[in-house]
Design a protein. Sequence first.
Length: 300
Amino acid sequence: MDRLHAMTVFVAVVDTGGFAAAARKLDLSPPVVTRAVAELEERLGLRLLTRTTRVVRVTDAGARYAEDCRRILAEIEEAEVAAAGTHAAPRGTLTITAPVLFGQLYVVPVLARYLQQHPQVEAQCLFLDRMVNIVEEGIDVAVRIGELPDSSLQAVRVGRVRRMLVASPSYLAAAGVPRHPADLAAGHTLLSAGVNTPVADWRFNEGGRSLVLPLPVRLRTTSNGSVITAALAHLGIARLLSYQAAPHLRDGTLVPVLEAFETAPLPIHVVHLEGRRATGKVRGFIDMAVASLRADPFLN
């Protein structure tokens, strides 16, 4: 089997965590993927992966080899792009994922500027409030909010957001301003969660100690946008990430509540697979996104 093809297959197995997933990603049969890795191990004379009935894990030698393979494959792609005369002119389809509201508020404005500058690039966006598998779903760039697990992904930190409670001034004038998280038990909680979630298990920080309170829910919905609408309609207190509330904090239609009890902020990263050898299409968007997000005061 061609050595570069075997490298591509091996990297796909490492990135997807399994032979079957790599086969789907590469549109190959599982036996072809298994055979490619076996031949690669035989040629190198070392074990790249350890296999059990349930899990495929990369060995230390395999992890080092995978990084070398990524670099070699990226350099080959870069050389081909340069030879074709397109290195200075990004083209093709750029696929991006982000949480729904973050995508609408922050990613689309950056993407609009990027596409105006690069007319040969097309874009598709997966704005979803779930974790998208970058490898299996063919994502070029992702925005992640929260701590990142260890992985082969490349990540650039661009800011952080707060978990905060907000309400309208009119609601607080009528119901009173809570002074302690326990006061929320007597108020109206607005919750974005699964429809079968009976209570709001909100976590607070009280003098360095974690405090978790199960609170009754006045309105339960599956989208953050509808929780924001309910808060603007003076129905109660919502828990949002600061970027979600930012437009309404700016104009004063929502105000923060119990700021002294907030938990630690969550980091925001721009994540991708290709590292320093990212194609011009990906690198150009990442550079623009990083600069824009780091400059936003509500994200830093």
